[in-house]
Design a protein around this ligand. Structure first.
Ligand SMILES: [Cu+2]
Length: 110
């Protein structure tokens, strides 16, 4: 078949692209758009990461003062992203220091 090789090559190229599109294994993306998180809660496994993407035209400042997995990204410019690893099991409340209405509950469990 004439078309077999080209279509196989195309399939392999698409498969090679998939990891780039989906991000690293164990990485979850939460978007910030219109001064909201793209979801209100997320459940991940210990050691996995959340990529906080700022798709707004304003800065954000995402942090958590929770006892479990506290962190502070600090000023996050429009169009940038920041990755946070969540090591411990439990619930972390994520807020934005600039926009008090923004809230994301992160549950880490095996
Ligand atoms: Cu914000």
């Amino acid at each position: 078949m004439k078309l077999r090789n080209p279509s196989t090559a195309l399939t392999l190229s698409l498969l090679a692209l998939l990891p780039a599109l989906a991000g690293e294994p164990g990485e979850h993306t939460v978007n910030q758009k219109d001064k909201e998180f793209s979801q209100t809660e997320i459940t991940i496994k210990p050691g996995e990461k959340i990529v906080f993407q700022n798709s707004d035209a304003v800065t954000h400042n995402v942090f958590s003062n929770s006892k479990i997995n506290p962190f502070h990204i600090k000023i996050q410019q429009p169009g940038s992203s920041s990755t946070v690893q969540f090591a411990s099991e439990g619930v972390t409340e994520v807020r934005c220091a600039i926009h008090p209405k923004m809230k994301l509950m992160v549950t880490v469990k095996k």
